[in-house]
Design a protein around this ligand. Structure first.
Ligand code: AMP
Length: 565
């Protein structure tokens, strides 16, 4: 396919606004792309390389402007180009408006009307750029390194612009600066691939998730149809998108699932480990290769694993005593290109594994989380056990709160709640993984009642009714039973016993004398409480012995907070 033909279609796509029209035009483009299908499927969404490929062009605006200025002729300087881009706001438009070297000659012979809109694109001459040629040149450009590479890159780019007509230059400039912006995203190419080659869109989606390569998926769909797509799987060494989490609450998790798989949330940086049985490759959340900066993770992996695997986890920085360091410390290690050995002395990192996508020949994406976690544990074995993120399946909010308290105590960020039955969906931010929302503003509430504990705790008060202040008394908002250690229960019992007004079975009526700081996930309207509000997932954070009941939070403040939610 000639670049001019691609540019003409890109222009037509850009002119559409409705999604269905865009998909229709992309479908047509894919159908006519011939041998250039893999390249065209990427270029149309502004990608030169597949998403899993860390190769970069490394072309900044300055270099691109230099190439444009050089191709535009002696009278044009880099500053001119820069000014125009600042003015017009689109490097493509600026590139399209210049008359580039080779085309001036062609235009003089009237050969410039090939792109259908008479704007001076090349028209089938021997020197016309093809998509394949652009691709080859851009790959050469990306491979250029070492001293003098900047000039070489600029010259390759100049060579391309020098032979480009208006629209070719428009999309070339945008492509190399990752500013294609013709309204074609992953979804449009996915739908167009399904339409063009008559395969189910769901299967195209799955194939994209495991390969991260629109080009490859389009070719397989065209040549091998549904069977071919189904046979595409994970490949050790080729990263997939990380499954992502959204903010959520324990209540949501337990409402939606029978039980939640609870894990500590480590404050580090996401890493996908690929071990092929001999070598290890590490990838960041954006699928960038991060193997070189993290040698101790590579050493750990090669020590622990004895069969090929793809693991998902977090790399955390740790202090000498093993406690976690802030996440910025990890980032410093990630970015480090030189003197890695020195960096390693300064900041030690460790791997925490929480998922397993592939183990010893088996793709596990479709398997339930709990099963994947078992495979992870088996893959890590004794040698890697210290890296395994502990997973507890629980339907008990108190138990979950205890895990959270432990996580915070150990210096971590909090907890993750995951659907134990859920599959691994690469690159998706779904509702199957929730990072527990941090508590909203806490409330200082008066303890107006309590309940004696059970069994081992029968001598201790265990559950505390907490209330907001009203004009003429106190309005209960909920019962706090979580977030309290045994020692704290003893101290609280001692503190509250002098204020007991009366008892009825396990229920204790208390004189309002003690104030608790209470955390919660949400204030909800409640038909059962007289105040009309109740706290969701209330937790004990501490005694406010500096505050009198008369200064505790009022019901009015609770109402205001509820409205703000
Ligand atoms: P956030 O970056 O705030 O969206 O939180 C989600 C991120 O937490 C994930 O992308 C991981 O990098 C990180 N994380 C830490 N611990 C875990 C865990 N146990 N399970 C999943 N993700 C985790």
């Amino acid at each position: 396919m000639e670049l001019a033909a691609f540019a003409e279609r890109a222009r037509a796509i850009e002119a559409e606004s409705a999604d269905t029209d865009i998909v229709e035009r992309v479908t047509d483009l894919l159908e006519t792309a011939g041998a250039d299908l893999p390249v065209v499927a990427r270029y149309v969404q502004g990608r030169v390389f597949p998403a899993h490929d860390s190769t970069k062009l490394d072309i900044g605006p300055a270099l691109c402007y230099e190439a444009i200025a050089k191709a535009a002729g002696r009278n044009v300087t880099v500053d001119d180009v820069e000014e125009r881009v600042a003015d017009v706001g689109d490097v493509g438009e600026v590139a399209a408006r210049y008359d580039f070297g080779g085309q001036q000659g062609l235009a003089a012979f009237g050969a410039g009307a090939g792109a259908g809109d008479g704007d001076g694109n090349g028209a089938g001459g021997a020197d016309d750029l093809t998509v394949a040629e652009v691709d080859a040149q851009l790959r050469d450009l990306a491979a250029t390194e070492g001293s003098g590479s900047r000039d070489t890159k600029r010259d390759i780019l100049f060579g391309l612009f020098n032979r480009a007509g208006d629209d070719e230059a428009r999309y070339l400039a945008r492509l190399v600066l990752s500013e294609m912006r013709i309204g074609v995203g992953d979804g449009a190419v996915r739908d167009a691939t399904a339409d063009a080659f008559d395969v189910p869109v769901g299967e195209v989606e799955r194939a994209l998730q495991v390969t991260n390569d629109h080009g490859e998926v389009a070719v397989v769909a065209r040549e091998e149809g549904l069977d071919g797509l189904e046979s595409l799987g994970l490949e050790v060494g080729r990263p997939v998108g990380a499954m992502l989490a959204q903010a959520g609450t324990v209540t949501e998790a337990l409402d939606d699932w029978e039980a939640a798989a609870v894990e500590w949330k480590f404050d580090g940086a996401r890493v996908q480990v690929h071990y092929d049985g001999e070598e290890t490759a590490l990838f960041s959340r954006n699928m960038e290769a991060v193997t070189d900066p993290l040698p101790e993770v590579v050493e750990f992996v090669e020590d622990a694993l004895d069969a090929p695997a793809i693991l998902d986890g977090e790399v955390v920085a740790v202090a000498d005593d093993g406690s976690p360091l802030p996440f910025q410390e990890v980032l410093r290690r990630f970015r480090r290109k030189h003197d890695v050995a020195k960096a390693r002395e300064d900041v030690l990192v460790e791997f925490r594994a929480f998922d397993c996508l592939h183990a010893d020949g088996d793709d596990l994406l479709d398997r339930p989380l709990v099963e994947r976690h078992n495979r992870l544990e088996a893959a890590l074995g004794d040698a890697g056990a210290e890296a395994l993120s502990a997973l507890t399946v629980s339907d008990d909010p108190d138990g979950i709160a205890d895990i959270e308290a432990e996580a915070l105590e150990a210096g971590h960020e909090g907890i993750m709640l995951k659907n134990p039955e859920s599959a691994y969906t690469p690159g998706r931010r779904g509702k199957q993984w929730l990072k527990r929302k941090p508590d909203v503003e806490t409330l200082d509430l008066v303890v107006t009642g309590a309940e004696w504990g059970e069994g081992r705790r029968a001598e201790l008060l265990g559950t505390f009714e907490v209330s907001a202040r009203t004009d003429d008394g106190f309005a209960p908002l909920g019962k706090v039973a979580t977030g309290i250690t045994d020692e704290e229960l003893e101290a609280l019992t001692e503190l509250l016993e002098p204020h007991v007004l009366g008892e009825d079975g396990a229920d204790v009526d208390l004189d309002p004398a003690v104030v608790f700081e209470v955390g919660y996930e949400e204030i909800q309207t409640s038909p059962t409480y007289a105040a009309g509000y109740a706290l969701r997932f209330p937790r004990f954070l501490g005694v406010r012995d500096d505050i009198d009941p008369a200064d505790a939070d009022s019901l009015e403040r609770v109402e205001r907070l509820a409205e703000r939610q």
